[in-house]
Design a protein around this ligand. Sequence first.
Ligand code: B4P
Length: 190
Amino acid sequence: MRLIIMGPPGAGKGTQAAFIAERFGIPAISTGDIFRANVSQGTELGVEAKRYMDAGQYVPDEVTNNMVRSRLAEDDTAPGFLLDGYPRTVAQVHELDSMLEESGRSIDAVVVLTVDQDEVVQRLLQRALEQGRADDTEDVIRTRQQVYADETAPLINVYRERGCLVEIDGMGQVDEVTSRIFDALDTTKG
Ligand code: B4P
């Protein structure tokens, strides 16, 4: 399975990505996690990414695309992969298309989690208490939501037109959402 999971900040992408990856035996590749790992290791990439992440803005496409290109070249992606949080812009969609075309691969399904905006702000404020992420303050969360609406929401139509969109209600308990995703993906696989 080659999958993408999308949704606004706090929709539960990272949470559900772990379950999907385990179920299908594929790596979950989270661009947010890779950036955070670089930030905590103080790499050049981390220093650059941190400036954008702390402000709730997207890291420039070129930086993100190069990072994903080298990750998708690793051997563990041969049986499939789940991209969590990538692509996030139309330019990233085009770049991903060419990366996949070069390696003779394609995406099977794009899972989109739909959620209530105010509810997810509460989730993220709760995460701020538990994990202390720098981009989980209320102001930055609202900025991230706006950036998502402007830059990423239009991608839903791109994948709908390609016939691979799987829309999932992301509200409710974590395990309820997981079941909805598994049911939908089982149907998709036929
Ligand atoms: P991400 O790490 O992708 O951040 P996110 O949108 O907050 O999603 P995350 O996966 O962490 O949270 P989730 O919804 O699972 O990106 C962070 C930043 O990195 C971006 O703002 C950007 O700067 C940069 N970046 C990443 N990718 C990029 C790209 N492609 N291009 C440019 N820049 C990029 O979960 C949120 C919380 O909700 C968790 O605490 C979870 O426990 C909780 N939760 C989940 N499901 C729940 C449920 N059903 N009920 C209650 N709580 C739930």
